[in-house]
Design a binder for this molecule. Structure first.
Ligand SMILES: *[C@@H]1O[C@H](CO)[C@@H](O)[C@H](O)[C@H]1NC(C)=O
Ligand SMILES: *[C@@H]1O[C@H](CO)[C@@H](O)[C@H](O)[C@H]1NC(C)=O
Ligand SMILES: *[C@@H]1O[C@H](CO)[C@@H](O)[C@H](O)[C@H]1NC(C)=O
Ligand SMILES: *[C@@H]1O[C@H](CO)[C@@H](O)[C@H](O)[C@H]1NC(C)=O
Ligand SMILES: *[C@@H]1O[C@H](CO)[C@@H](O)[C@H](O)[C@H]1NC(C)=O
Ligand SMILES: *[C@@H]1O[C@H](CO)[C@@H](O)[C@H](O)[C@H]1NC(C)=O
Length: 573
């Protein structure tokens, strides 16, 4: 009750009338009931009831005191007791002060208004070229692909499979998605992408069929030697590898099944027509199904308001869905004119990532035990490897070299140093932030207009996608891709890589993706106790600006992330 009361009191959604903060808190509590109880028990056991009460209160007290600067004495004690959860109390206070100062013109508006003339010279052009030999030639057999991983990994696998099928003159069967208990989602291709559109878009390049002809039985393929697993192909396989290893099987048996097909196609050297095809597949052939487009479009209208002119990005991603009339858009509760702009974040500060990093996040002994328990349960191999290897980096070393996932707190500091206004709308992709609301507090305190899809949609509206993590991820993909600004706060996930590629391809130089350099950020934050706010701002701005240069794809780099590359985008003068 105490927790819930405090949370409702935070009023972080006060400015948005469409959100029922109370409801959200209850469902949050339900979802996390077990971990809350577990944490409370553990803390209680360790520290006794006294310090339990302090630590529950402290987070909020600190939060309050940063706003009102009241009760300095209490704050002092609080900071000591709660050193953990906030790692940069001093900088956060400076950020809060800076954000609440009046006229706030700055660096952020540069990202929102400017467009990069150099970047806008590059235009999409992968759909212009077709081999148009697909129809005339004889198929060498069928390629079946069972892709593993989540939504974005599967996307990469699909387009690499298209390229392999083209290379081997084969017929591609619509890729299948392996069920994994990490993603917990039985969705198949047609649940996520428009199947006929995909087939049609690529018809001049690769013949694609929906089913493997019935004369083949998928279960028998292993026996006849047509099963190819990741162990059979090198990680960065070249076209040559496929021709020497896979083509003979294909010609002999008429079919090959790639099981667990991941990112098994190297980037270079690769013939330009194959690159072009991968690009066409990723940027033109894969359209989300109307059900997903519709929900994303509803979300977008809730943020941007009604009747917003659509960008090329939105046209590509939302298909025929125009923003439906919305009765509860953020914009209506916002006084300014024009469509509301928003920034999208993918924090990826989830327990698997946090535990896997082997870093510490200032949560003290409780956090250390919790993460260690998670590692032992989920990554027993890396725990063992760590024990055997005495040379491994300490959590401090990891942090100082920028190898730790960015926390919500660090994100808050980054955004405020870039002078994003306090009322900026932030769409938070993903979910289940490790540590929940208490971890999010530094960010939501500085940026109260932070929303998730669960905030903006009613349970009924979200119901069709509920239980399907890949379909929810597809909505996040669209929301990140169409945002005015996309801040890449994860450490190079497949989502941020694909989304920033999309923003480059269709953004016409007006869709910046901010990519903080984790190593430089760590260096800057090392001086968190001493650096003045102005200097902190300058250093952060410089770091982010360096990541904003127009980059062409270099040797060995991903075409999906950096599409400015021959055969994919064309330069106009
Ligand atoms: C396709 O196969 C048929 C019969 O197997 C053959 O007659 C024809 O020449 C082949 N066409 C091409 C383009 O290879
Ligand atoms: C695919 O077909 C083209 C044209 O018909 C041919 O030149 C090429 O050698 C074939 N590739 C393979 C791997 O069979
Ligand atoms: C979208 O609209 C166009 C033209 O209005 C139509 O040809 C197309 O079939 C529509 N697509 C979908 C997916 O409804
Ligand atoms: C949204 O736009 C539609 C037509 O463009 C209009 O009929 C509707 O009243 C608008 N809704 C709001 C809330 O402004
Ligand atoms: C989602 O899963 C839960 C539990 O597995 C089930 O009770 C619920 O009916 C499912 N909801 C939908 C919309 O399928
Ligand atoms: C904050 O600054 C202190 C003192 O300079 C340093 O020891 C600490 O590592 C810094 N914290 C982080 C997370 O970098």
């Amino acid at each position: 009750m105490l927790l819930q009361g405090l949370r409702s009191g935070s009023g972080r959604h006060g400015s948005f009338k469409g959100v029922n903060a109370g409801k959200r808190n209850i469902s949050w509590l339900q979802r996390h009931a077990r971990s809350i109880i577990y944490t409370i028990l553990l803390v209680g056991f360790l520290c006794g009831l006294d310090s339990l009460l302090y630590s529950v209160l402290d987070g909020k007290m600190l939060h309050k005191s940063t706003i009102t600067d009241q009760e300095a004495g209490t704050e002092q004690r609080v900071v000591e007791g709660k050193e953990g959860i906030k790692m940069y109390g001093r900088l956060l206070n400076l950020a809060m002060k800076s954000l609440s100062e009046t006229e706030y013109e700055g660096h952020a508006s540069k990202f929102l208004q400017d467009f990069n003339p150099q970047a806008s010279m590059w235009r999409p052009c992968a759909d212009k070229k077709t081999k148009s030999k697909g129809k005339s030639k004889n198929s060498s057999g069928f390629i079946v692909v069972s892709a593993n991983g989540g939504l974005n990994q599967q996307r990469v696998a699909i387009c690499n499979a298209v390229a392999v099928a083209s290379l081997l003159n084969a017929t591609l069967v619509i890729p299948r998605f392996l069920y994994s208990n990490v993603w917990n989602d039985p969705s198949q291709f047609s649940d996520i992408y428009q199947e006929d559109y995909f087939i049609n878009m690529l018809k001049n390049d690769v013949p694609i069929v929906k089913e493997l002809p019935s004369r083949f039985n998928l279960k028998d393929l292993e026996a006849i030697g047509s099963l190819v697993t990741d162990a059979d192909i090198p990680k960065e396989a070249t076209p040559r590898d496929y021709i020497t290893k896979v083509l003979p099987i294909l010609l002999q048996n008429g079919v090959v099944h790639f099981l667990g097909f991941g990112n098994r196609l190297g980037f270079d050297p690769m013939p330009i027509e194959l690159q072009s095809l991968r690009c066409k597949c990723n940027f033109h052939a894969l359209k989300f199904v109307p059900r997903i487009q519709k929900i994303a479009s509803l979300l977008l209208s809730r943020i941007r308001g009604n009747g917003t002119k659509r960008s090329m990005l939105e046209e590509q991603l939302l298909g025929n869905f125009t923003s439906p009339s919305s009765t509860a858009s953020l914009q209506e509760s916002h006084t300014s004119q024009g469509p509301a702009q928003y920034l999208a974040l993918h924090l990826r500060f989830e327990i698997d990532m946090v535990a896997y990093s082997m870093c510490e996040f200032g949560g003290g002994e409780v956090e250390r035990r919790e993460l260690q328990a998670y590692r032992e349960a989920h990554f027993p191999l890396s725990v063992k490897r760590l024990k055997d290897n005495s040379q491994h980096l300490s959590p401090t070393d990891l942090r100082q070299t920028g190898k730790c996932p960015m926390t919500p707190e660090e994100t808050a500091l980054l955004l405020s140093a870039l002078r994003f206004k306090r009322n900026t709308y932030i769409y938070l992709a993903g979910s289940h932030i490790y540590g929940g609301e208490s971890r999010m507090l530094p960010l939501t305190t500085l940026y109260p207009n932070l929303v998730t899809k669960e905030d903006l949609l009613s349970p009924k509206e979200l119901a069709p996608l509920k239980n399907f993590s890949s379909q929810l991820a597809a909505v996040d993909f669209i929301m990140c891709a169409t945002a005015d600004i996309f801040a890449i706060t994860d450490s190079g996930s497949q989502l941020s890589s694909l989304v920033s590629g999309f923003r480059t391809y269709y953004g016409n130089g007006r869709a910046p993706s901010l990519r903080p350099n984790h190593k430089k950020l760590a260096e800057i934050l090392l001086q968190n106790r001493t650096m003045g706010w102005k200097k902190f701002e300058d250093k952060i701005k410089r770091m982010v600006d360096e990541g904003q240069k127009v980059r062409l794809r270099g040797h060995g780099q991903s075409l999906y992330r950096l599409p400015r590359s021959k055969g994919c985008m064309c330069k106009h003068h």
